[in-house]
Structures are given as C-alpha cells and as structure tokens.
Write a protein that binds this ligand. Structure first.
Ligand code: MG
Length: 371
C-alpha cells in the first residue's frame, strides 16, 4: 500500500454506512466493501453479461466481469501513483457495472423505453439499487450496506430529478460538487479500459481492421512505433503490443495531468476535493486523441450493421419480456410477484435487469416457444 495523501478517501474517516456496524478487526472499511461486492450474486452474473458482443458469440471477447477486472487493474495502478486509496478504487471498479441489463447498451435503452412512464431505467442508478436494496443476503439489512464513499463512486451520473430521491449520495448532483478523487480515477479507468478492449475485440471479430484504425492518431502513432521496433512480428502480437502502448500512453498522461492539477490546488483534505472542479483528467492534446478513438469506435464498431442486428434482437427480447410480465405478473418468480403488488413496473424492470444474456434468451424461449 502506498503513502496515503491527505486528500485521499480515508476508511477511518468514512462518512459511514447506512446501518451502523462494528468495524472489522482485520480489514479496513473499503476492503470490506470490496469483499461484499465480490461475494454478491450480481457480481457473479457479470460473467454472462455483454459488453459489446453478446455473450455466446465467442469465449475470447470481454464480458462485464473481465471488463470490471480490467477497470480495477487500471484504477488501482493510477490510485497508487497518485497516493489515493487503492482499495476504494478497486471496490468502485468492481461494482461500477453491477446494474447493467443483459445485452449491453441495447438492453438498457430498451428497458429505459419500456419504463418511460414509470421513472425510466438508468444503469448507474440500478447499480446503486443493487448494492442498496436488491442484494438480499445479510441478516441485518437489505443490500450490502456499503460505505458512502463506495456508493458515491458507483453513482457516476444522475439527473437532478432522480438525485432528489437519493438522499446523501444524490446531493452532489444538486449542489454541483465533485466526488472523491478515487471515484474520478475509476471513471477514467473505465473509459480507458473499454475504448482499448473494444479495439481489441473489434479487430478479433473482424468488424474493424488495422487499416481502418490508421485514421485514429493514437492507434497510428503507436502502431508505427511497434512496426519500426519489431518489423518481423505477426499481426496478433502487433495488435496487442499497439494496444498496450495506447493504454500506457493514456494512463501516463492521465497521471501526469492529474498530479499537476492536484499540486496546483494543494488540497488539505477530501472536503476541498469535493468543493473543487474535477481534478482527474487528460491533457488537452490527449483528450482530443481519446475522443477521436471513441468517435471511431462509435461510427465503425458500435454502429456496424452486424452489431445493429444483435442490438435489434436484444431490444426485441427485452421489450417482449417486459410486456409479457407487465400484463401477467403471475409469470414471474414468487418473490417478484409479491414485490409487483407494491410497484409493478419496477418489479418487472428489476427482474429483467438482473438477467444474464443467456438467461434472458432462455426465458424468452420458455415464454414464447412451445416445444
Ligand atoms: Mg464500465
């Protein structure tokens, strides 16, 4: 563990848990949060949820579980460099996608559309619902009873309307203050991880090519270095070597730029971090390069017609599941039927959001196919 900066989140000075608990004799509060996340049902389900490619398409593509592990790896490295609390960044990273629906963004958009008259569906807010309410494993409380700092880190975005119903973790969206540096770091680690692993998965799937990627400056510069230094290596190694250099370029820039901004502000404690504008970020030049990469992926991968076909199927499955359960809640497992008596739409939404890709596909078959 590194030397903790005075403005880092400190488990001994945590704002606390919703339900008081005796401290653990062995683990700090953030370690304990992380351990609860790893033992949760929602965490195990990440293995079978899509990032971009539907889970059954191949064993080598990222899932939400491997994505979350990559985010944790990057976030910890950056936190250590900046003298922030590694355990907190790791825990936020492992929890950040717990609320995702099956089938990635296509699934979330479809569920949000189904829920538009009932408060909508937003995956960040759902991640918080999972850790605050939906995990029901502990004798003394619903949810995982995580620290404020962890819950704050999970809630990356939130509308003011929703923030008003959230109490403490919603306040910063109303007051326009900042979260901890650990939360800020994890957001960037998320972005660095998915942009780069989507390049890797995109190339592996054949939906994008090295030739196309030459138009992206960050890729082209690093590819050039690899080809100059290693003219004889085969293409699989060229790709990995280029991507690891892209990740490194982004992480180094992020650490240097953020360290400079922190030094300039010279915050004495975490309260000053919360009052300051976001301090973690890329230099202007790197921000532009990163944006170019994102835009390339949106145009060429996320909107590729083969990805669109998967998304259209996913949206149909989610919509039909929602309509079917909404009309007849008696088709859902008993615990959701009971919950539906209080809030029908939210019960159906929670049931669907918790499904893995393959469970949603099978559930759809069970409801619509007579065999
Ligand atoms: Mg993510």
């Amino acid at each position: 563990m590194n030397q903790l900066a005075p403005y880092a989140a400190n488990p001994d000075k945590s704002i606390g848990r919703r339900y008081d608990e005796l401290p653990s004799p062995l683990r700090n509060a953030f370690q304990r949060d992380r351990d609860r996340i790893i033992h949760s049902t929602a965490f195990r389900r990440l293995e079978y949820k899509t990032q971009v490619f539907v889970n059954h398409e191949g064993d080598l593509f990222r899932t939400r579980l491997t994505h979350s592990l990559e985010v944790a790896q990057l976030a910890r490295g950056i936190a250590r460099t900046l003298n922030l609390h590694e355990d907190l960044t790791e825990a936020i990273a492992l929890a950040h996608d717990l609320g995702h629906t099956p089938f990635g963004h296509a699934g979330q958009d479809a569920l949000n559309e189904c829920m538009k008259d009932y408060g909508g569906f937003e995956h960040n807010l759902q991640s918080l619902r999972v850790v605050d309410k939906l995990e029901q494993r502990y004798a003394g409380f619903d949810g995982l009873n995580l620290t404020f700092e962890l819950r704050e880190g999970i809630l990356k975005h939130c509308s003011v309307k929703n923030a008003k119903n959230l109490g403490d973790v919603g306040e910063r969206f109303i007051n326009k203050t900042s979260p901890s540096l650990e939360a800020q770091v994890t957001n960037f680690a998320d972005e660095i991880a998915y942009n780069n692993h989507d390049v890797d998965d995109g190339l592996r799937s054949g939906l994008i090519t090295i030739e196309q990627l030459q138009e992206v400056q960050l890729f082209a510069e690093n590819l050039q270095l690899v080809r100059t230094n290693y003219p004889k290596i085969e293409s699989r190694r060229v790709i990995h070597e280029t991507i690891r250099r892209m990740i490194n370029t982004l992480v180094v820039d992020l650490c240097e730029t953020s360290a400079k901004r922190i030094t300039k502000l010279d915050p004495k404690n975490i309260a000053e971090i919360r009052q300051a504008p976001y301090l973690v970020g890329f230099s202007e030049a790197m921000r532009a390069k990163n944006l170019e990469l994102k835009q390339f992926l949106r145009r060429n991968l996320y909107q590729h017609y083969k990805v669109n076909r998967m998304s259209a199927k996913a949206e149909r499955i989610i919509r039909e599941l929602f309509e079917t359960f909404f009309i007849d809640t008696g088709l859902m497992p008993y615990e959701y039927q009971a919950y539906a008596k209080q809030d029908k739409a939210r019960a159906v939404s929670d049931y669907i959001a918790g499904m893995t890709d393959r469970f949603a596909i099978r559930e759809h078959q069970r409801l619509f196919t007579v065999e």
